[in-house]
Design a protein around this ligand. Sequence first.
Ligand code: ADP
Ligand code: ADP
Length: 225
Amino acid sequence: MASVSINKATKRYGNLVVLKGVSVDIEDGEFAVLIGPSGCGKSTLLRMIAGLEDITGGEIEIGDRVVNDLPPKDRDIAMVFQNYALYPHMTVEQNMGFSLKLQGISKAEIASKVDSAAQILGLEDLLDRQPRQLSGGQRQRVAMGRAIVRDPQLFLFDEPLSNLDAKLRVQMRAEIKELHQRLQTTTIYVTHDQVEAMTMADKIVVMRDGVIEQIGAPLDLYDRP
Ligand code: ADP
Ligand code: ADP
């Protein structure tokens, strides 16, 4: 687990300023939701935290370490994408173990980590399948499994439920929340869905047009008369 501190972060693409100096602190173990309309800069901020985008100005700290210049692999984070980004020709087991294999971890240790993640996510019976043989919800669980096996200090979710139907979204919301309660890993979760933010967040960060408008607990932000 790690705290995350974002200090006056800015991002520019050419002449387009998409983050105009955003600051927010996320505590150890907290589930923070970034919410705001499409194009307001949520994904860009998340991708900067992950190290997938350069930061134009300001600072990002993960666990008291400034990570501005650290490549993604050195940030001890795991990200779950909207489109799952699974490897189509690998089995569920291979998908989940792949990043550990790249790290040179032993086969036995990979198998044990994959097994325990598969149990948490109810994927035990699907380990030999390929992604195309899975439902949308099962694919999203595999994407989460791939993140869990790395036991990162920080989980980053980029609209992970947007491609699922309404019923499955409700179920996966609960599953992600349970996962967080179980692992207590600091989480930053991007969505444009207010219900997701309300039901999942400890802290909601409301963005609009490249700035943070409000930060607060769900009831502070939405339950006012
Ligand atoms: P959100 O996640 O809130 O929908 P994004 O962070 O994806 O917003 O995008 C914020 C703004 O930055 C948008 O105007 C988008 O078009 C622009 N943008 C994102 N990535 C790039 C890029 N690689 N090059 C140029 N503009 C970009
Ligand atoms: P999301 O809404 O999840 O951010 P997008 O479709 O907006 O998804 O963006 C998908 C990818 O395209 C991201 O990697 C983003 O950085 C990039 N992107 C978004 N807007 C632009 C843009 N105007 N120019 C170039 N790349 C962009």
